[in-house]
Design a protein around this ligand. Structure first.
Ligand SMILES: *Cc1c(COP(=O)(O)O)cnc(C)c1O
Length: 374
């Protein structure tokens, strides 16, 4: 038996949807891309959506659309997947790391304030594990300093911030549809926004910076004519992938319900164990539980981790603070330390949470963790 920390759920309906697209006229950009965008935008409460090839491309596109470039600084958290910071580097900008809050593990607005300089252009807020960041404070800071807010919502599809879905709140929010995330397209990503101008820039960036839109052309040489207006990429997603995404979206609420049920059961199971710190409960928000991370206290994290792996529990560590990677250390981040992030990293273990996790499997996880950390 091996229980992974996360796993996709694909049913016959999903398979059928993909097969139908394979038999259709469009394999890549066709009707399914627009339909998938519409479904996600309407679910999260955003006006516009641009589907791209993966969540990293979505972050890159968002940074581009925000006009982030050489000389700019972008503030983000070190406790996230590398892509949340790499996207600033892709645009020639410098990621600046603000420490996390010791309770929520999300970026600490007070440390954002401390890290702001004349060069700061944007904040990338990552809703770590699906727990919403303090968006009221982040928006307030952004307003005061005229900053763009991009939310990395890779963990937060379906999460609520004070009654509003993540994706409806900021200039742009990005999602990922990698198989470990809430829904999957294999590889896939999306940027959502309420701003038409940003939307137009995202569309351009997704496909080489090339347009056929007559209103954007400098002149028109005929029906074949198109122009490259800026340097974009091929970040397109296929109709094959989007047909899977559309089918998966029908099950998102069911997936979320189960993830929250699993989380609640872990909360209860570890509540009385003083050697385990469970995730913080934000009162006004609804965590989407992409991950469930515990802090192992009074015991050696490595030993607990190795033991769990050895009995077939696919625990993981999310995340190594980004500034500790050799690439970052070699490029000016050698002396960076975020104390709360370091402390979090030293004790964290991600334990299995996904739609298909059975009660029995979860019981096995719970019993073993409580035995090891008694
Ligand atoms: C998964 C993830 C990404 C990147 O998504 P991909 O689709 O794998 O490129 C970005 N940020 C966070 C926080 C993620 O978890």
């Amino acid at each position: 038996m091996y229980i992974p920390y996360g796993h996709q759920s694909i049913d016959n309906e999903d398979i059928q949807a993909v097969v139908e697209t394979l038999k259709s006229d469009f394999l890549t950009t066709g009707p399914k891309v627009a339909e998938f965008e519409k479904v996600v935008a309407s679910y999260v409460g955003a006006k516009y959506a641009v589907a791209v090839s993966n969540g990293t491309a979505a972050l890159h596109a968002a940074c581009y659309a925000a006009g982030i470039g050489k000389g700019d600084e972008v503030i983000t958290t070190p406790i996230t997947f590398a892509a949340s910071a790499n996207c600033a580097l892709y645009c020639g900008a410098k990621p600046v790391f603000a420490d996390i809050d010791a309770d929520t593990y999300n970026i600490d607005p007070e440390d954002i304030e401390r890290k702001i300089t004349k060069r700061t252009k944007a904040i990338i807020a990552v809703h770590f594990t699906g727990q919403p960041c303090d968006m009221d404070m982040i928006h307030k800071i952004a307003r005061n300093h005229n900053l763009v807010v991009i939310e990395d919502g890779a963990h937060a599809l379906g999460a609520d911030y004070k009654g509003k879905k993540i994706g409806s709140l900021s200039d742009m929010t990005t999602f990922s549809f990698h198989p470990v995330k809430h829904i999957t397209t294999g590889e896939g990503g999306m940027v959502v926004t309420n701003n038409k101008e940003l939307y137009n820039r995202l569309i351009l960036f997704r496909s080489h910076g090339i347009t056929r839109d007559a209103t954007l052309l400098s002149h028109n040489e005929g029906p074949w004519y198109y122009e490259q207006l800026d340097l974009g990429y091929n970040y397109r997603i296929t109709d094959i992938q989007c047909s899977l995404g559309i089918s998966q979206m029908k099950k998102l609420d069911k997936f979320l319900l189960r993830r929250r049920e699993v989380a609640k059961r872990y909360d209860n199971a570890f509540a009385d164990n003083k050697n385990i710190k469970i995730p913080y409960q934000l009162k006004e928000c609804n965590n989407s539980y992409h991950l469930y991370t515990i802090q192992v206290l009074n015991y050696d994290r490595r030993q607990v981790f190795d033991k769990l792996r050895s009995i077939g529990i696919g625990v993981n560590v999310h995340y190594i603070p980004i500034y500790k990677f050799p690439y970052y250390r070699d490029n000016g981040y050698k002396d960076i330390i975020c104390n709360n992030a370091e402390n979090y990293y030293e004790h964290c273990i991600s334990i299995p949470i996904f739609y298909g996790l059975t009660d029995k499997e979860q019981e096995f996880v719970i019993d073993n963790i409580n035995d090891l950390c008694r």
